[in-house]
Each structure stands twice: as structure tokens, then as C-alpha cells.
Design a protein around this ligand. Structure first.
Ligand SMILES: [Zn+2]
Ligand SMILES: [Zn+2]
Length: 127
């Protein structure tokens, strides 16, 4: 699978039967819907469907790394300042990375999962 932004190969970080994929270039994270559900549950967060958000059809997205179809942008959080991309075909989620110079060299599954949990905790906040 390639990064929807940089077209470099994503690095898979696996834990038991779950995987998070990180782009070594931009630090973006790709996770499938089932694995994200587990992470949200573990972090005592509501399911993604309950977290909500607004689809912004005018925003440009990348292609789903799994299905090669266009993803959609979902905006949420305070003042809709946060967004993630999702593939309506496979349910995968793409979360942008931090600034490039802050991308950690190596990251384990727990840290990547915590990063996703932090993102969705902020995303669940209403204005
Ligand atoms: Zn990237
Ligand atoms: Zn897909």
C-alpha cells in the first residue's frame, strides 16, 4: 500500500491481528475500520459512527491505498478544525501526520494507536 499523499510505501505496524500503517515520509496513519473500532473502544471513546463529523465534498482527498478509489474528507472537532479521510468502499481511515520534522524515527503499535486515540478524542469534541 502506498501513502495517499506521498506515494511512498506505508510501513505496517502490527499487533496480534491488527495493523496500523504509517507513512515514513509524512507520518500519516492508515487504519482499517475494524482496527480503529478496537482502538477507540480500548481508549473509552465512542464508536466512529457516534463521533460523527461532517463530510466535506469540496475538499480534495487522496486515493484509498487499499482500493484505489477517491476517499472523502470528514471534518470535526472544535470549529471543524480537524479532518480525516475515509474510504466509503472499504471503511479505511487516513489521518494526516504531524509536521514532517516531528515524525518519529520508529513507532510501535501502542504509540500509533495512542496517536489515533488522541486524534479522535479531539475530533469528538463539539464546538
Ligand atoms: Zn505520506
Ligand atoms: Zn478503500
Amino acid at each position: 500500500m502506498d501513502c495517499p499523499r506521498c506515494s511512498v510505501e506505508l510501513a505496517a505496524i502490527t499487533n496480534d491481528d491488527s495493523a496500523i500503517n504509517r507513512c515514513p515520509e509524512c507520518g500519516g496513519l492508515w487504519v482499517d475500520g475494524t482496527d480503529l473500532s478496537k482502538i477507540l473502544l480500548h481508549a473509552n471513546l465512542p464508536a466512529l459512527s457516534a463521533i460523527g463529523g461532517q463530510i466535506n465534498v469540496d475538499e480534495l482527498t487522496g486515493m484509498c491505498p487499499a482500493c484505489n478509489v477517491d476517499m472523502v474528507v470528514v471534518e470535526g472537532g472544535e470549529k471543524l478544525a480537524l479532518h480525516y479521510d475515509t474510504c466509503e468502499s472499504c471503511g479505511g481511515i487516513w489521518v494526516e501526520g504531524e509536521e514532517a520534522d516531528e515524525v518519529p524515527e520508529a513507532i510501535d503499535w501502542k504509540a500509533a494507536g495512542a496517536e489515533l486515540a488522541t486524534f479522535f478524542r479531539a475530533f469528538a469534541k463539539k464546538k
